[in-house]
Write a protein that binds this ligand. Sequence first.
Ligand SMILES: *Cc1c(COP(=O)(O)O)cnc(C)c1O
Length: 231
Amino acid sequence: MTIAHNLERIEKRIASSCAVYGHAREDITLVAVTKTVEEDRIREAIRCGVKHVGENRVQEMLSKYDSYEGADVHLIGQLQSNKVRNLPGKVSLIHSVDRLSLLKELERIGKREEFVFQCLIELNIAEEASKAGASIEDLDRLLDYVETCEFVKVRGLMTIAPFVDDPETIRPVFRTMREIFDKLSKVGYNNSKMDFLSMGMSGDYAVALEEGSNMIRIGSAIFGERIYTGV
Ligand SMILES: *Cc1c(COP(=O)(O)O)cnc(C)c1O
C-alpha cells in the first residue's frame, strides 16, 4: 500500500467519525508517527498532505529534522531531562510530560532560551507498570506546578492505551481520559488549557475518536509495519 492510499483510508475514517459525532475535520489533528521511517518517505507523506509529524526519540528527531519541512514536529516518546536543551525552537508540542522533575527542567531551559514549551501531560490510566505516564493522583500536583511556570504551557492530555487485539476492550481507558479532560477544562487554570486530547494509534484510533480524542498518532497504518534496525 502506498502512503497516499493509506492516508486516504485514514482520512475516510476520520471523516465518518466526524460525521457521526458532529465534529469538523479541522477539529481533529492527525500526527503521522515517523519513528524508524526514512527521510524520503517522510517527505512523501508531507507532500501527500501530512501537517504534523511525531517522533519518539530526540536523537532521531534531530538527525531527520530537515525532512519535516512543511510540518509541525511533535515529540511523543519518553523524554529524558538531559535532552530538553535540544528542543527549543524545534518542537511544537511535547506529548510525554509525566513528572515534576521534567517540568522543572522544561521551565529552566525555556527561561534560558526564551522559549515557551507547549506540552501535554501523559497519563498512564491503565496503570501499567511498564508504561510511562503520570498517575491520576499525580495530575493535580503537576498542574499546580505549571501554574508557577512562565515557560511551560499545558495544552491537554495524552495516553498510550494498552496494546490489545480488540480495541473495544480499551474503550473504558479512552472514556476515562475524556472524563478527566472535561473535568480539567472547567477548572480555569492560567497555564493549562484542555485543547488537545491525544489518544488513538493505528490499531485503536477509530475507538479513540468515538470517545472524544481530537489528536491521533498514527504510524504503521500510514507507513507500514516498522522495521527496527538494531542501532
Ligand atoms: C509508535 C507510537 C505511535 C504510533 O504507533 P502505531 O501503532 O504504529 O500507529 C503512537 N504514539 C506513540 C507514543 C508511539 O511511540
